[in-house]
Write a protein that binds this ligand. Structure first.
Ligand code: G6P
Ligand code: MG
Length: 218
């Protein structure tokens, strides 16, 4: 009999594309502080926690602020971000993901979410996927951010699976590193050059063909 496997999915950039909303909110914040923030620079924030993202942003703008002010800005950014999130629908699930989850359900393969986002449950609810995951590990559950493997190790535990039997799907370098550090198989979504540490790389989520899934399960 084939060994049982499970999947752990990152959220932003894998299930849905929320990077564009993070970008709009961070850019507004940067502009209000008097500097520009580009989409290219936004790449640096992918997979990075909210607090760390602000640190990176302030460095880009060469701005130094008090802790109090930073807290205020974090709330301001998230409030704007949530305005976009609240308008999300199932239409925003990335191509191929519904089919992949259907395939996993039909084959009794469990899956969990492993995301740095504290908004992960809300986003899943908005796109109608909240009840499909066996377990959800989000930014509220971890003390160490990716590339630390904590988020995925908790995911494996909640799925009752050994790390080596878990397959992680990630779009961020830090996420691929976290999966590798957890001793899990890593599938990168994006540029193969950028995600060169992943065991497999798909340029986008349409790459989850039945053939590909069968291949990684065997
Ligand atoms: C994901 C995204 C990051 C985001 C982080 C925290 O990892 O890729 O861009 O900063 O989640 O998201 P949150 O919703 O908690 O601000
Ligand atoms: Mg991501």
């Amino acid at each position: 009999m084939k060994k049982e496997k499970a999947f752990i999915f990152d959220l932003d950039g894998v299930i849905v594309d929320t990077a564009k909303y993070h970008f709009l909110a961070w850019r507004n914040l940067a502009n209000s502080l008097g500097f520009e923030f580009t989409e290219e620079q936004n790449e640096l924030l992918k997979g990075v926690s909210r607090v760390k993202s602000l640190e990176i942003l302030l460095k880009i703008g060469n701005v130094e602020l008090t802790e109090d002010k930073k807290q205020t800005l974090l709330i301001q950014k998230n409030t704007e971000y949530l305005q976009y999130v609240n308008k999300m629908t199932a239409e925003e699930i990335l191509p191929g993901i519904n089919e992949l989850l259907d395939f996993l359900d039909q084959n009794n393969i469990k899956y969990a979410l492993g995301s740095a986002s504290k908004n992960a449950p809300l986003i899943l609810e908005k796109v109608g996927l909240l009840n499909r995951f066996t377990a959800i590990v989000d930014g509220n559950d971890v003390s160490k951010a990716k590339p630390d493997p904590e988020v995925f190790l908790i995911g494996a535990q909640k799925l009752n699976m050994k790390p080596e039997d878990c397959i992680v799907v990630e779009d961020a370098i830090a996420g691929v590193e976290a999966a590798n550090a957890a001793n899990m198989l890593s599938i990168g979504i994006g540029d193969a050059e950028v995600l060169k540490e992943a065991d497999y790389v798909l340029s986008d989520t349409t790459g989850f063909t039945t053939d590909f899934i069968q291949k990684i399960l065997n």
